[in-house]
Design a protein around this ligand. Sequence first.
Ligand SMILES: *[C@@H]1O[C@H](CO)[C@@H](O)[C@H](O)[C@H]1NC(C)=O
Ligand SMILES: *[C@@H]1O[C@H](CO)[C@@H](O)[C@H](O)[C@H]1NC(C)=O
Ligand SMILES: *[C@@H]1O[C@H](CO)[C@@H](O)[C@H](O)[C@H]1NC(C)=O
Length: 454
Amino acid sequence: MMLSLSALLVASYTFSVSAYPASQFQVPLQPQDHSQGYEFDPLLHLPGISPYFDAVGFGLEHTAPVGCKVTAASYIIRHASIYGNDDEYQTYIRPFLWKLEQHRQGWSGPLDFMEQWHSPILEDRLEDITPAGAEDAAKVGDHLRKRYPELAPTVKRILADKKARTYDTAQALVKAFPHGQDVEVVRILHDTNGSMDALVPHKSCPAFNKEPGKEEMAKFVHHYAQHVSTRLAPFTPFELSDNDIVGLQGLCGYESAIRGQRSPLCKVFTDAEWMSYEYAWDLRYAHMVGPMNPLSPYLGFPWLQAQSTLFQQIDSESGATNTGTGWPEGQRFFLSFTHREVPPFVATALGIFNSSSLAVEEFPTDHINWVRAWRMSDLIPFLGHVGMEKMTCDDRPGRKGDYIRVIANTAPRPIPWCQDGPGASCSMEKFVEIIANGSSKYGDFHKVCGDSPK
Ligand SMILES: *[C@@H]1O[C@H](CO)[C@@H](O)[C@H](O)[C@H]1NC(C)=O
Ligand SMILES: *[C@@H]1O[C@H](CO)[C@@H](O)[C@H](O)[C@H]1NC(C)=O
Ligand SMILES: *[C@@H]1O[C@H](CO)[C@@H](O)[C@H](O)[C@H]1NC(C)=O
């Protein structure tokens, strides 16, 4: 199930004119409040586990600005929905399911469906992509094919890592390309020329682990979950622990992603409880893969550096790719499939999803920071991605040249310190310099990471 945010917005702005008698058209229109028809959707607030949806972004046009043309693009894409992340399953979901088996009776009110409810998660297939996930991958593929009608046919090779979920996603997505069966999906199993560091940097970095943020998240969860547990106590046969609450909220995302239709659990929690859940995970991701982890920029720059090099090797006029890039001749659209950690590393290295204000980007553990820019539900749903577009602007007097635009989940995201180009893009020269500067500052991957496992 792909969420149609636009359908949701259209619905809230449409009202039936014909319902009014003609004379009423003389009456000046009432100013419409923008929040009119506002409907909260928890599936848009589940960092890491929601079905794919396009990010709203900042209102920048998705097509290239007038006079510009996208002449190359590269995307790093998270795999499609899986049955469950092992760690999340063991910590939050499984303990709840076990208790549920002991207490099949005694659910009522908003939770009465629990007496018949069964977990959609297949324990022996936790990390496989789901059928709904494969469908979503094909839809994202179709979107990319339409967005880049000239570039998509040049794709000859795409990259995945050794996990079945990235390979299967790549296969499902590329099926949407007319020449999909001719595209080779290459699995990166060993490091050649830093390919692992770019695609799955956290896996070639022994110093990286997933502990940072666990404690902060637990602290914040305790803050809100105990109130949720108290609110639901009249309807449950046992007391819900903090982790049970997180597990139930997570199941709203997983069940929706697995079954391809909205889980009944999504209705159980209040808007404020969802916003707390969202913040709890943003807090954890900030410490694990974001600005609060000093390793993050080290892990984000290898991909950026590799794309910067590659884009410089593509001739915007002829579309020719220099030999020596390791890519097939003529390919100008690049897709790499990875895991949830990597788009946040790249975002952190680029400073997107960061307000660049210390005062704003704080991560307290006792209350929600409502104004943070770090919102991972917009970056890492299943199939979440960061893309880079090289735009060639021939038709803009005084602004001819090549520019780079960063895309997150289809929406352009300006780089905070470089948006002087058309559509808040960044000139190629300056981009190359920014990435070169960042890569030299954060270039000592193997020193901070320790030796790669052999
Ligand atoms: C690695 O880089 C070297 C030098 O640029 C190049 O000749 C070689 O083909 C590259 N190897 C792969 C597998 O891309
Ligand atoms: C991100 O935000 C933090 C906190 O405000 C700031 O210290 C850091 O410089 C920012 N990083 C980037 C890459 O913008
Ligand atoms: C890159 O680093 C150099 C030397 O520190 C500095 O002068 C320059 O302004 C930096 N460029 C960008 C685009 O940040």
